[in-house]
Write a protein that binds this ligand. Structure first.
Ligand SMILES: Nc1nc2c(c(=O)[nH]1)N[C@H]1C(S)=C(S)[C@@H](COP(=O)(O)O)O[C@H]1N2
Ligand SMILES: [Mo]
Length: 221
């Protein structure tokens, strides 16, 4: 049965999924296949571990470290004290599913970077998840765009655990795999260090519609 579904490592999420009797299946070899759970609103819930890690909101801290003048350790209250940005963007997974017009809010990544003061040789970011497995990368130029958000809410509510609570990246112009969930640390580095799926062959520069083998004018389905 599991082999038929094309699922490799099957953990908590897939078990729950099967027990709920959901009959539609995404079987492919693209980011998120290890564990995938359909969710409300068209999102599919991805994790590369065997579950969804939970952080205590009271003790959660986000770090900004590496090549910065002032390393930061931010609580959720600290994040809420920073200027809040809202954006509504389509969310597009490289495997083909998309959710239109998702409202997010949080702190612009570039505002966090300015607060930490990048050193002159900082050219990239390595992002770490407290799931202990997932990482992502951005160039400083990409991270400085106004559609790269450190999100704490989705649809006007605090992020849910399966969507990366309490804090995730939303890299709006790029495929979903850039949008690392359960964000714990942002490390400024000299060079781009490819993230989890990028080590497995996906494009590091994951622009929607013009990466991963797609031409610029090809509609994204
Ligand atoms: N920590 C972590 N972040 C992750 C992933 C993951 O497996 N683990 N999957 C990525 C992929 S491939 C996609 S498409 C989106 C899916 O977001 P969702 O699970 O909130 O729908 O999360 C991205 N961020
Ligand atoms: Mo994805």
């Amino acid at each position: 049965m599991l082999g038929m579904l094309g699922l490799g490592a099957v953990g908590v999420a897939a078990g729950k999924w099967l027990s709920e009797g959901v009959s539609t299946v995404v079987a492919n070899t693209a980011p998120g296949v290890a564990n995938v759970l359909p969710a409300a609103g068209g999102f599919r819930i991805y994790t590369v571990t065997d579950g969804y890690p939970e952080a205590d909101p009271a003790t959660y801290r986000l770090s900004v470290s590496g090549l910065v003048a002032t390393p930061l350790t931010l609580s959720l209250a600290d994040l809420k004290d920073l200027p809040q940005t809202q954006m509504t963007k389509d969310f597009q997974c490289v495997t083909g599913w998309r959710v239109d017009s998702v409202p997010w809010s949080g702190v612009l990544l570039r505002d966090l970077l300015s607060a930490a003061g990048p050193e002159s040789d900082a050219a990239a970011l390595k992002l770490h998840s407290f799931d202990g497995a997932y990482t992502e990368s951005l160039t400083m130029d990409q991270a400085s765009r106004d559609d790269m958000l450190i999100a704490t809410t989705m649809y006007g509510e605090p992020l849910e655990v399966q969507h990366g609570a309490p804090v995730r990246l939303v890299a709006a112009p790029m495929y979903g795999y850039k949008s690392i969930k359960w964000l714990q640390g942002i490390e400024l580095t000299r060079d781009v260090q490819p993230g989890y799926w990028e080590m497995l062959g996906y494009d590091v520069d994951a622009w929607v519609g013009r990466s991963n083998g797609r031409a610029g004018d090809e509609p994204v389905v």
